[in-house]
Ligand binder design. Structure first.
Ligand SMILES: Cc1cc2nc3c(=O)[nH]c(=O)nc-3n(C[C@H](O)[C@H](O)[C@H](O)COP(=O)(O)OP(=O)(O)OC[C@H]3O[C@@H](n4cnc5c(N)ncnc54)[C@H](O)[C@@H]3O)c2cc1C
Length: 380
Protein backbone atom coordinates (compact mmCIF):
# COMPACT_ATOMS: atom_id res chain seq x y z
CA UNK A 1 0.00 0.00 0.00
CA UNK A 2 1.10 3.55 -0.67
CA UNK A 3 -0.93 6.68 -0.10
CA UNK A 4 -1.21 10.14 -1.62
CA UNK A 5 -2.94 12.76 0.48
CA UNK A 6 -4.15 15.57 -1.78
CA UNK A 7 -4.03 18.80 0.23
CA UNK A 8 -1.38 19.63 2.82
CA UNK A 9 -3.63 21.86 4.89
CA UNK A 10 -4.77 21.29 8.45
CA UNK A 11 -6.66 18.09 7.63
CA UNK A 12 -3.94 16.69 5.37
CA UNK A 13 -1.34 17.11 8.11
CA UNK A 14 -3.69 15.76 10.81
CA UNK A 15 -4.37 12.63 8.76
CA UNK A 16 -0.69 12.11 7.91
CA UNK A 17 0.32 12.35 11.59
CA UNK A 18 -2.33 9.83 12.57
CA UNK A 19 -1.43 7.32 9.86
CA UNK A 20 2.24 7.50 10.85
CA UNK A 21 1.57 7.29 14.58
CA UNK A 22 -0.68 4.24 14.12
CA UNK A 23 1.94 2.62 11.84
CA UNK A 24 -0.67 2.36 9.10
CA UNK A 25 1.95 3.59 6.63
CA UNK A 26 5.66 4.34 6.56
CA UNK A 27 6.87 7.79 5.70
CA UNK A 28 8.47 6.36 2.54
CA UNK A 29 5.07 5.18 1.30
CA UNK A 30 3.29 8.49 1.96
CA UNK A 31 3.10 11.54 -0.28
CA UNK A 32 1.29 14.79 0.47
CA UNK A 33 0.46 17.03 -2.49
CA UNK A 34 0.37 20.71 -1.67
CA UNK A 35 1.46 23.30 -4.26
CA UNK A 36 3.09 25.61 -1.71
CA UNK A 37 4.26 25.33 1.89
CA UNK A 38 2.11 23.09 4.09
CA UNK A 39 -0.97 24.86 5.53
CA UNK A 40 -0.24 27.93 3.38
CA UNK A 41 -3.89 28.59 2.62
CA UNK A 42 -4.88 28.54 6.29
CA UNK A 43 -1.88 30.65 7.33
CA UNK A 44 -2.34 33.26 4.62
CA UNK A 45 -6.09 33.73 5.06
CA UNK A 46 -5.83 34.04 8.83
CA UNK A 47 -2.81 36.34 8.71
CA UNK A 48 -4.39 38.56 6.00
CA UNK A 49 -7.24 39.34 8.40
CA UNK A 50 -4.97 39.65 11.47
CA UNK A 51 -6.77 36.87 13.34
CA UNK A 52 -5.17 36.61 16.77
CA UNK A 53 -6.95 33.67 18.44
CA UNK A 54 -8.80 30.69 16.96
CA UNK A 55 -12.49 30.19 17.55
CA UNK A 56 -12.15 26.52 18.49
CA UNK A 57 -10.83 25.24 21.84
CA UNK A 58 -7.30 24.14 22.84
CA UNK A 59 -7.88 20.42 22.24
CA UNK A 60 -8.59 20.97 18.51
CA UNK A 61 -5.36 20.86 16.50
CA UNK A 62 -3.37 18.59 14.18
CA UNK A 63 -1.79 16.22 16.70
CA UNK A 64 -3.51 12.90 17.57
CA UNK A 65 -3.10 13.62 21.32
CA UNK A 66 -5.71 16.28 22.30
CA UNK A 67 -3.43 17.65 25.06
CA UNK A 68 -0.38 18.03 22.86
CA UNK A 69 -0.96 21.74 22.17
CA UNK A 70 -1.29 22.47 25.89
CA UNK A 71 1.99 20.64 26.51
CA UNK A 72 3.62 22.50 23.61
CA UNK A 73 2.48 25.88 25.02
CA UNK A 74 3.91 25.01 28.44
CA UNK A 75 7.22 23.63 27.19
CA UNK A 76 7.81 26.66 25.00
CA UNK A 77 6.57 29.13 27.62
CA UNK A 78 4.09 31.01 25.44
CA UNK A 79 2.47 33.96 27.17
CA UNK A 80 -1.30 34.42 26.73
CA UNK A 81 -1.32 31.10 24.94
CA UNK A 82 -5.06 30.51 25.40
CA UNK A 83 -7.99 32.87 25.71
CA UNK A 84 -11.33 32.78 27.52
CA UNK A 85 -13.60 30.02 28.80
CA UNK A 86 -12.95 27.77 25.77
CA UNK A 87 -9.19 28.36 25.99
CA UNK A 88 -8.93 29.32 22.35
CA UNK A 89 -5.35 28.96 21.15
CA UNK A 90 -3.29 31.93 20.04
CA UNK A 91 -2.92 31.67 16.26
CA UNK A 92 0.86 32.10 16.17
CA UNK A 93 1.37 29.34 18.73
CA UNK A 94 -1.14 27.08 16.96
CA UNK A 95 0.82 27.51 13.71
CA UNK A 96 4.18 26.93 15.47
CA UNK A 97 2.74 23.72 16.88
CA UNK A 98 1.88 22.51 13.35
CA UNK A 99 5.37 23.38 12.10
CA UNK A 100 6.86 21.55 15.05
CA UNK A 101 4.81 18.41 14.28
CA UNK A 102 5.86 18.61 10.60
CA UNK A 103 9.52 18.84 11.64
CA UNK A 104 9.42 16.14 14.31
CA UNK A 105 7.86 13.71 11.83
CA UNK A 106 10.00 14.74 8.83
CA UNK A 107 6.81 15.37 6.85
CA UNK A 108 8.72 17.62 4.49
CA UNK A 109 10.19 14.39 3.04
CA UNK A 110 6.66 13.47 1.90
CA UNK A 111 5.90 16.87 0.36
CA UNK A 112 5.08 16.94 -3.36
CA UNK A 113 4.95 20.58 -4.46
CA UNK A 114 2.17 20.19 -7.01
CA UNK A 115 -1.53 20.75 -7.48
CA UNK A 116 -3.71 17.78 -8.42
CA UNK A 117 -5.86 18.39 -11.49
CA UNK A 118 -7.15 14.92 -12.38
CA UNK A 119 -7.47 11.42 -10.90
CA UNK A 120 -7.77 8.16 -12.81
CA UNK A 121 -7.88 4.57 -11.65
CA UNK A 122 -6.54 1.58 -13.57
CA UNK A 123 -5.50 -1.88 -12.40
CA UNK A 124 -5.86 -1.13 -8.68
CA UNK A 125 -3.68 1.95 -8.98
CA UNK A 126 -4.65 5.60 -8.87
CA UNK A 127 -2.82 8.08 -11.07
CA UNK A 128 -2.84 11.67 -9.94
CA UNK A 129 -2.17 14.16 -12.70
CA UNK A 130 -0.62 17.27 -11.28
CA UNK A 131 0.22 20.58 -12.93
CA UNK A 132 3.87 19.50 -13.13
CA UNK A 133 3.94 15.71 -12.97
CA UNK A 134 2.09 12.44 -12.46
CA UNK A 135 2.07 10.32 -9.33
CA UNK A 136 0.71 6.88 -8.49
CA UNK A 137 -0.67 5.30 -5.34
CA UNK A 138 -2.91 2.46 -4.27
CA UNK A 139 -4.88 4.79 -1.94
CA UNK A 140 -5.90 8.44 -2.24
CA UNK A 141 -7.12 10.73 0.52
CA UNK A 142 -8.79 13.95 -0.64
CA UNK A 143 -8.11 16.60 2.01
CA UNK A 144 -8.43 19.77 -0.01
CA UNK A 145 -11.17 21.43 2.04
CA UNK A 146 -13.35 23.95 0.20
CA UNK A 147 -11.76 27.28 1.10
CA UNK A 148 -10.43 27.47 -2.46
CA UNK A 149 -14.02 27.39 -3.83
CA UNK A 150 -15.28 30.91 -3.21
CA UNK A 151 -18.88 32.01 -2.89
CA UNK A 152 -19.28 35.08 -5.11
CA UNK A 153 -22.84 36.48 -4.78
CA UNK A 154 -24.84 36.95 -7.99
CA UNK A 155 -25.22 40.70 -7.38
CA UNK A 156 -21.54 41.08 -8.35
CA UNK A 157 -21.99 39.53 -11.78
CA UNK A 158 -21.86 42.89 -13.59
CA UNK A 159 -19.02 44.33 -11.50
CA UNK A 160 -15.43 44.48 -12.72
CA UNK A 161 -13.33 41.92 -10.77
CA UNK A 162 -10.86 44.72 -10.06
CA UNK A 163 -13.47 46.25 -7.74
CA UNK A 164 -13.76 43.32 -5.34
CA UNK A 165 -11.89 40.47 -3.78
CA UNK A 166 -12.84 37.37 -1.84
CA UNK A 167 -11.05 37.20 1.49
CA UNK A 168 -10.24 33.51 0.91
CA UNK A 169 -8.35 34.54 -2.23
CA UNK A 170 -5.29 34.76 -0.05
CA UNK A 171 -2.86 35.85 -2.75
CA UNK A 172 -4.46 39.29 -2.66
CA UNK A 173 -3.51 41.35 0.39
CA UNK A 174 -6.46 42.80 2.22
CA UNK A 175 -5.60 46.46 2.41
CA UNK A 176 -7.60 48.47 -0.10
CA UNK A 177 -11.20 47.57 0.69
CA UNK A 178 -13.53 50.14 2.24
CA UNK A 179 -16.61 47.89 2.26
CA UNK A 180 -16.85 44.39 3.73
CA UNK A 181 -19.82 42.16 2.88
CA UNK A 182 -20.59 39.31 5.28
CA UNK A 183 -21.85 38.73 8.77
CA UNK A 184 -19.55 36.19 10.39
CA UNK A 185 -16.25 35.94 12.16
CA UNK A 186 -14.15 36.43 8.99
CA UNK A 187 -16.01 39.67 8.20
CA UNK A 188 -15.48 40.84 11.76
CA UNK A 189 -11.71 40.20 11.71
CA UNK A 190 -11.39 41.85 8.28
CA UNK A 191 -13.27 44.95 9.43
CA UNK A 192 -11.14 45.24 12.57
CA UNK A 193 -8.01 45.10 10.47
CA UNK A 194 -9.16 47.55 7.79
CA UNK A 195 -10.60 50.02 10.30
CA UNK A 196 -7.12 50.61 11.69
CA UNK A 197 -6.34 52.62 8.52
CA UNK A 198 -9.63 54.11 7.35
CA UNK A 199 -13.39 54.08 8.05
CA UNK A 200 -15.01 50.86 6.86
CA UNK A 201 -18.60 49.96 6.01
CA UNK A 202 -19.80 46.49 6.97
CA UNK A 203 -22.91 45.30 5.15
CA UNK A 204 -24.67 42.32 6.68
CA UNK A 205 -28.03 40.72 6.00
CA UNK A 206 -28.93 40.21 9.65
CA UNK A 207 -28.20 41.52 13.13
CA UNK A 208 -24.92 40.36 14.62
CA UNK A 209 -25.48 36.76 15.71
CA UNK A 210 -23.50 35.60 18.72
CA UNK A 211 -22.36 32.02 19.12
CA UNK A 212 -19.15 31.05 20.85
CA UNK A 213 -18.46 28.05 18.58
CA UNK A 214 -19.25 27.07 14.97
CA UNK A 215 -21.43 24.23 16.27
CA UNK A 216 -22.42 23.10 19.77
CA UNK A 217 -20.03 20.63 21.48
CA UNK A 218 -22.84 18.01 21.48
CA UNK A 219 -21.95 17.43 17.79
CA UNK A 220 -18.53 16.12 18.80
CA UNK A 221 -19.98 12.96 20.30
CA UNK A 222 -23.02 10.71 20.63
CA UNK A 223 -25.23 13.39 22.27
CA UNK A 224 -26.17 14.82 18.86
CA UNK A 225 -24.39 12.46 16.48
CA UNK A 226 -26.49 9.43 17.51
CA UNK A 227 -29.60 10.90 15.89
CA UNK A 228 -27.56 12.10 12.90
CA UNK A 229 -26.12 8.61 12.32
CA UNK A 230 -29.56 7.03 12.64
CA UNK A 231 -30.93 9.35 9.97
CA UNK A 232 -30.91 7.56 6.63
CA UNK A 233 -32.03 10.51 4.50
CA UNK A 234 -29.21 12.71 3.22
CA UNK A 235 -31.70 15.52 2.72
CA UNK A 236 -32.49 15.42 6.44
CA UNK A 237 -28.80 15.11 7.30
CA UNK A 238 -28.09 18.26 5.25
CA UNK A 239 -30.89 20.08 7.08
CA UNK A 240 -29.45 18.95 10.44
CA UNK A 241 -26.02 20.28 9.41
CA UNK A 242 -27.47 23.61 8.29
CA UNK A 243 -29.37 23.97 11.53
CA UNK A 244 -26.38 23.02 13.67
CA UNK A 245 -23.74 25.20 12.02
CA UNK A 246 -23.92 28.79 13.20
CA UNK A 247 -23.08 30.33 9.84
CA UNK A 248 -22.59 34.07 9.85
CA UNK A 249 -22.00 34.26 13.59
CA UNK A 250 -19.23 35.38 15.92
CA UNK A 251 -18.31 35.04 19.61
CA UNK A 252 -19.50 37.76 21.97
CA UNK A 253 -16.06 39.33 22.52
CA UNK A 254 -15.75 39.98 18.76
CA UNK A 255 -19.22 41.51 18.61
CA UNK A 256 -18.20 43.80 21.44
CA UNK A 257 -15.03 44.88 19.63
CA UNK A 258 -17.09 45.63 16.51
CA UNK A 259 -19.60 47.68 18.48
CA UNK A 260 -16.72 49.59 20.08
CA UNK A 261 -15.37 50.50 16.62
CA UNK A 262 -18.87 51.56 15.58
CA UNK A 263 -19.16 53.90 18.59
CA UNK A 264 -15.74 55.35 17.75
CA UNK A 265 -16.99 56.09 14.22
CA UNK A 266 -14.49 53.75 12.57
CA UNK A 267 -17.06 51.24 11.35
CA UNK A 268 -20.45 51.85 9.83
CA UNK A 269 -22.56 48.71 10.27
CA UNK A 270 -25.42 48.52 7.76
CA UNK A 271 -28.06 45.83 7.98
CA UNK A 272 -29.73 45.21 4.64
CA UNK A 273 -30.08 43.06 1.55
CA UNK A 274 -28.11 44.03 -1.52
CA UNK A 275 -30.20 44.49 -4.66
CA UNK A 276 -27.51 45.45 -7.17
CA UNK A 277 -23.95 46.65 -7.42
CA UNK A 278 -22.22 48.61 -10.17
CA UNK A 279 -18.59 49.70 -10.30
CA UNK A 280 -19.22 52.52 -7.80
CA UNK A 281 -22.51 52.11 -5.95
CA UNK A 282 -24.08 49.36 -3.86
CA UNK A 283 -27.89 49.61 -3.86
CA UNK A 284 -29.88 47.91 -1.11
CA UNK A 285 -33.40 46.53 -1.58
CA UNK A 286 -34.78 49.38 0.56
CA UNK A 287 -33.24 51.92 -1.84
CA UNK A 288 -30.25 52.99 0.26
CA UNK A 289 -27.09 53.59 -1.77
CA UNK A 290 -23.51 53.13 -0.58
CA UNK A 291 -20.61 54.34 -2.69
CA UNK A 292 -17.41 52.33 -2.51
CA UNK A 293 -13.90 51.93 -3.91
CA UNK A 294 -13.31 48.26 -3.26
CA UNK A 295 -15.31 45.42 -1.71
CA UNK A 296 -13.95 42.58 0.41
CA UNK A 297 -16.22 39.55 0.40
CA UNK A 298 -16.49 37.52 3.58
CA UNK A 299 -19.16 35.31 2.06
CA UNK A 300 -17.48 31.97 2.73
CA UNK A 301 -16.96 29.06 0.40
CA UNK A 302 -19.20 27.87 -2.38
CA UNK A 303 -21.38 24.79 -2.24
CA UNK A 304 -21.06 23.67 -5.86
CA UNK A 305 -18.28 21.09 -5.76
CA UNK A 306 -18.08 21.09 -9.56
CA UNK A 307 -16.54 24.57 -9.37
CA UNK A 308 -13.34 22.63 -8.58
CA UNK A 309 -12.21 20.91 -11.81
CA UNK A 310 -10.71 18.01 -9.84
CA UNK A 311 -14.01 17.14 -8.10
CA UNK A 312 -15.94 17.73 -11.31
CA UNK A 313 -13.70 15.36 -13.29
CA UNK A 314 -13.88 12.68 -10.57
CA UNK A 315 -17.65 12.80 -10.19
CA UNK A 316 -18.21 12.68 -13.94
CA UNK A 317 -15.62 10.03 -14.81
CA UNK A 318 -16.62 7.56 -12.10
CA UNK A 319 -20.26 8.61 -11.59
CA UNK A 320 -19.46 9.00 -7.90
CA UNK A 321 -22.46 8.99 -5.55
CA UNK A 322 -23.59 12.41 -4.37
CA UNK A 323 -26.65 13.51 -2.41
CA UNK A 324 -29.14 16.06 -3.73
CA UNK A 325 -27.06 18.82 -2.08
CA UNK A 326 -24.21 17.77 -4.40
CA UNK A 327 -21.95 16.46 -1.63
CA UNK A 328 -20.42 12.96 -1.53
CA UNK A 329 -22.24 9.98 -0.16
CA UNK A 330 -19.45 8.01 1.49
CA UNK A 331 -19.14 4.85 3.58
CA UNK A 332 -18.75 4.85 7.38
CA UNK A 333 -14.98 4.80 6.93
CA UNK A 334 -15.18 7.78 4.52
CA UNK A 335 -14.45 5.83 1.36
CA UNK A 336 -16.12 7.56 -1.60
CA UNK A 337 -14.95 5.17 -4.27
CA UNK A 338 -12.52 2.29 -4.55
CA UNK A 339 -9.67 3.25 -2.14
CA UNK A 340 -10.47 6.93 -2.42
CA UNK A 341 -11.13 8.54 0.97
CA UNK A 342 -12.27 12.04 1.89
CA UNK A 343 -12.18 14.52 4.79
CA UNK A 344 -13.62 17.95 5.59
CA UNK A 345 -16.70 19.19 3.72
CA UNK A 346 -16.52 16.12 1.47
CA UNK A 347 -17.09 13.90 4.54
CA UNK A 348 -19.78 16.13 6.04
CA UNK A 349 -22.77 13.90 5.33
CA UNK A 350 -21.05 11.17 7.36
CA UNK A 351 -19.17 13.10 10.10
CA UNK A 352 -21.77 15.80 10.66
CA UNK A 353 -21.55 19.54 11.34
CA UNK A 354 -17.97 19.57 12.74
CA UNK A 355 -16.50 17.82 9.69
CA UNK A 356 -15.13 20.98 8.05
CA UNK A 357 -13.57 22.26 11.27
CA UNK A 358 -10.15 21.44 12.66
CA UNK A 359 -11.56 18.66 14.83
CA UNK A 360 -13.13 17.16 11.68
CA UNK A 361 -9.58 16.35 10.54
CA UNK A 362 -9.00 14.23 13.64
CA UNK A 363 -12.34 12.49 13.23
CA UNK A 364 -11.63 11.72 9.57
CA UNK A 365 -8.10 10.54 10.44
CA UNK A 366 -9.45 8.08 13.05
CA UNK A 367 -11.89 6.48 10.62
CA UNK A 368 -9.49 6.36 7.67
CA UNK A 369 -6.69 4.93 9.85
CA UNK A 370 -9.04 2.18 11.11
CA UNK A 371 -10.03 1.31 7.54
CA UNK A 372 -6.46 1.28 6.22
CA UNK A 373 -5.17 -0.88 9.07
CA UNK A 374 -6.74 -3.76 7.16
CA UNK A 375 -4.53 -3.08 4.09
CA UNK A 376 -0.97 -4.50 3.86
CA UNK A 377 1.94 -2.02 4.26
CA UNK A 378 4.64 -1.84 1.59
CA UNK A 379 7.23 0.68 0.50
CA UNK A 380 6.65 3.18 -2.26
C1 LIG B 1 -10.59 32.84 8.73
C2 LIG B 1 -10.89 31.44 9.15
C3 LIG B 1 -10.81 31.08 10.48
C4 LIG B 1 -11.11 29.78 10.88
N1 LIG B 1 -11.01 29.46 12.20
C5 LIG B 1 -11.27 28.20 12.60
C6 LIG B 1 -11.15 27.82 13.98
O1 LIG B 1 -10.82 28.63 14.83
N2 LIG B 1 -11.43 26.54 14.29
C7 LIG B 1 -11.80 25.60 13.38
O2 LIG B 1 -12.04 24.45 13.75
N3 LIG B 1 -11.92 25.92 12.08
C8 LIG B 1 -11.67 27.18 11.66
N4 LIG B 1 -11.77 27.52 10.34
C9 LIG B 1 -12.18 26.52 9.39
C10 LIG B 1 -10.84 26.04 8.80
O3 LIG B 1 -10.69 26.49 7.49
C11 LIG B 1 -10.70 24.59 8.89
O4 LIG B 1 -10.90 24.08 10.18
C12 LIG B 1 -9.35 24.05 8.40
O5 LIG B 1 -8.57 24.95 7.66
C13 LIG B 1 -9.78 22.91 7.56
O6 LIG B 1 -8.64 22.26 7.11
P1 LIG B 1 -8.56 21.70 5.63
O7 LIG B 1 -7.27 20.96 5.55
O8 LIG B 1 -9.82 21.01 5.29
O9 LIG B 1 -8.52 22.99 4.71
P2 LIG B 1 -7.29 23.97 4.47
O10 LIG B 1 -6.58 24.21 5.75
O11 LIG B 1 -7.84 25.11 3.72
O12 LIG B 1 -6.30 23.10 3.57
C14 LIG B 1 -6.62 22.59 2.31
C15 LIG B 1 -5.33 22.56 1.50
O13 LIG B 1 -5.56 21.84 0.30
C16 LIG B 1 -4.80 22.44 -0.73
N5 LIG B 1 -5.41 22.07 -2.00
C17 LIG B 1 -6.62 22.41 -2.49
N6 LIG B 1 -6.82 21.87 -3.70
C18 LIG B 1 -5.69 21.17 -3.99
C19 LIG B 1 -5.29 20.38 -5.13
N7 LIG B 1 -6.09 20.21 -6.20
N8 LIG B 1 -4.06 19.80 -5.09
C20 LIG B 1 -3.22 19.95 -4.02
N9 LIG B 1 -3.57 20.68 -2.91
C21 LIG B 1 -4.79 21.28 -2.92
C22 LIG B 1 -4.86 23.93 -0.43
O14 LIG B 1 -3.76 24.60 -1.00
C23 LIG B 1 -4.87 23.94 1.09
O15 LIG B 1 -3.59 24.22 1.65
C24 LIG B 1 -11.49 28.82 9.92
C25 LIG B 1 -11.54 29.18 8.56
C26 LIG B 1 -11.25 30.48 8.18
C27 LIG B 1 -11.33 30.83 6.74
Amino acid sequence: MNIIIIGGGIHGITIALRLLQDHVITKEALQIMEPGPYTQQWQQITSNIDMDYLRSPLVHHVHPNPYDLKKFAKTNEYTQAFSGYYQRPQLEMFNDHIQNAIKENDLEDCHVYDKAVALTKENHLWTVTGESGTYQASHIILATGLNHVHHIPDFLSAVSPARYQHIFDYQQPLNKADVVIGGGITACHAVRKLAADRPVTLIMRHDIRCHELDAEPGWLGPKNMKAFNQTQSYVTRREMIKEARHRGSMPMHLKQSLKYLEVKGKVNIIKGDIKKVDDQIITLTDGREISYHRIALATGCGSDLCQDPLFSQLIQTYQLPTASCGFPVVSHNLEWFDQLYVSGPLAELELGPVSRNIIGGRKAAERIAEALKQAPVSSF
